[in-house]
Design a protein around this ligand. Structure first.
Ligand code: AP5
Length: 209
């Protein structure tokens, strides 16, 4: 299965991807996580990407397409992939179609996780991540266990002004993917509002349907 999770920043793509990959028998490929790993490692690509990420904008298409193409060639990606945060522009979507069609494994489904803008700021500013396990928490909606609370970190781009810039980038550059995939008959819309377990159930139902 080749699957894309589409949706605004903070829609719950990462949270739900972590819950679903095992059940779906796919690996989780998050371009945000890969870019943050490159920033942390201080690679040339990471240093260049950081400027765009810190500004709340998108990293150039050729950079992101390159890292996804490399990841899709690895052995563990052959059984199936859940792409989280990629594609994010029409040129990225066209590049992905070309890669997957060329491999004879076309994209199966694109799930649009729908959450209104007014809920996004609250979700993102309350997000905390465990650097040791990668677990995602929310100070109010999914409070961390006390044992890990001291080591949690907040992402550099999770401040309110940067969230608003990221939302603007989403509407300008990523939202056009909705009609793009609808025209291919691959788009499935899932309501991302409400308790996380309910969102997981709706996602599984949409993927089975
Ligand atoms: P990326 O890391 O992909 O960030 P994003 O798309 O902005 O998405 P987020 O990770 O912020 O949110 P999410 O939907 O995963 O939500 P989460 O599950 O954590 O990208 C970061 C940057 O990298 C980009 O800005 C760009 O610069 C660059 N980049 C990445 N990919 C790129 C690409 N393809 N092209 C170019 N540049 C790229 O949930 C958020 C919070 O809400 C958490 O605290 C969670 O606990 C909580 N939550 C989740 N579900 C619920 C619920 N149902 N109810 C209440 N709270 C909930």
């Amino acid at each position: 299965m080749r699957l894309v999770f589409l949706g605004p920043p903070g829609a719950g793509k990462g949270t739900q991807a972590k819950r679903l990959v095992e059940a779906l028998g796919v690996i989780h490929v998050s371009t945000g996580d890969m870019l943050r790993a490159a920033v942390k490692a201080g690679t040339e690509m990471g240093v260049a990407a950081k400027r765009h990420m810190d500004a709340g904008g998108l990293v150039p298409d050729d950079v992101v397409v390159g890292i996804v193409a490399d990841r899709l060639r690895e052995d563990d990606a052959q059984a199936g992939v859940l792409l989280d945060g990629f594609p994010r522009t029409i040129p990225q979507a066209e590049a992905l179609d070309a890669i997957l069609d060329g491999d004879g494994t076309p994209l199966d489904t694109v799930v649009l996780l729908e959450v209104p803008d007014e809920l996004i700021v609250e979700r993102i500013t309350g997000r905390r991540t465990d650097p040791e396990t990668g677990a995602i928490y929310h100070l109010t909606f999914d409070p961390p266990p006390e044992a890990v609370a001291d080591r949690l970190v907040q992402r550099d781009d999770d401040t309110e002004p940067k969230v608003r810039t990221r939302l603007a980038a989403y509407h300008a550059q990523t939202a056009p993917l909705v009609p793009y995939y609808a025209a291919q008959g691959k788009l499935s819309r899932v309501n991302g509002v409400g308790p996380m377990d309910g969102v997981t159930e709706r996602l599984l139902a949409a993927l089975k349907g």
